[in-house]
Design a protein around this ligand. Sequence first.
Ligand code: DHB
Length: 530
Amino acid sequence: KNIRIIITNLLAVLSLGLFAQNGSYKLEFDSQKYKKQTLEYRGQKFNIRAFEGIVYVANPVDTVYHKMNIYIPEAYFQGNSINGYSSETAPVFFPNQIGGYMPATPASTQNTGFGNERPMNNRANRDRREGRPRSDRPRTGNRDGQFRHADNRPSMMETAQKENTVIAALSKGYVVASAGARGRTNKDGNGRFYGKAPAAIVDLKAAVRYLKYNDKAMPGDANKIISNGTSAGGAMSALLGATGNNPDYQQYLDELGAANGSDAIFATSAYCPITNLDNADMAYEWQFNGIDHYRKGGMFASEGNNTEMNLTEQQTGVSTALKNMFPDYINSLQLKNLQGDILTLDKDGNGSFKTLVKSYVIASANKALKEGTDISQYKWIVIQNNVVTDLDWDAYIRYMERQKTPPAFDALDLSSGENNLFGTDIIDNQHFTEYGQQNTTTSASRADKHIVKLMNPMYYIGTPDSETAKYWRIRHGSKDKDTGLAISAILATYLQNRGYQVDYALPWDKPHSGDYDLDELFQWIDSISR
Ligand code: DHB
């Protein structure tokens, strides 16, 4: 009997540890709890301290994803400097591994970019969809490795082995902190979803607060947090940058027992942010209307469904309807180019905004040309005296190929990841646009408008109650069709117009991916941090 009591108590203590109740976790950083690691980057060895698996909120609802890894160069504990940074001045690089709006584990020195839970079309994925954590899964891939075929054969995008972003950043003298976050498939024992919007952004904010709260207790300057992410993770990085300290998120942060204080960050790096979701369907059709065939890719690519398919007549109709709605949206934003001219579109979708987007593609081709890339195969590019002067937009879009069917995000049959993101604790999938709900092929409900707002940086940039990050670096590959080019162009321009410093480019021929230009990323970080 005694043994039974002991076991019962033990189980109670254990489960308390796993599903902590109020205030079970301390928010004070424990500087003694680390492991030494010797890392190597491009032939150089260096030592760091690894503080892994820190629960970053007092009341986690999930101790798999509410965890953060913090890595600090040993030099900062010895009073030494790296790359011009000291223990007091080193920026804090804050990469997330969120992809597909799925739950994500923190990045580590052992792996980056494949620690997230992606809706891959294989058995492991079905396990994950049940909400079962897969921390045991070997994570040897890279950020491009997110899309695998059903038989686990690497997709086209992961053929190039990449460097580990965390190790690369540490070699530059940055402190690296990476937080896990809940995602749209998380489900508790009672069948309730607990990672639907806005969970992921709340989690990243809570982690930022932890870092700021503990700024004095650890090397690195938490006033210089530089967020980084790709795709849905890029969207969360942008949202983190846009919404610093906005009271809209307070209630959610309180529920988790996040540290008090600021969640504003210094800078945002975002690769192909799948953002501005409530306007992204229109942007997609503005770009792809007229392309009536598609090749599934991205999140839902799998063996057998990446062959070319045709849009149905109903879908081409949806495409045209959405395309026709886009000019009003653009014109309502009152965007300006660098010369101060207003950017507009006429009812056919032509005009100065299109010229702007095209100019970024031309700039991209020019950079590729200067770097020695052979772009002569693309007959739609006009090159004069070794300078790209123009391109045929329609031919460029045909070369890109359509990947998604209209509406690309708020799918009328509720089949998209974004429908799933905007579910509630008891409803798995919902619409989140007026068009989606009005044209639904199901009897679906629509997400609360406030929740949709909480996920879109456009509503927060430069507002009086947001402390928007001053520095932004936004990249969207010139061959990335997971969202329309207009989405990142709007984000970049809207920020620029409000006085934020924006470095925006569409890297040549890059498909949906991120962290492919770390040297340039780190140059940018150094240029704003020193
Ligand atoms: C991602 C890709 C998508 O196409 C999308 O709609 C949402 C997220 C991603 O890779 O994170």
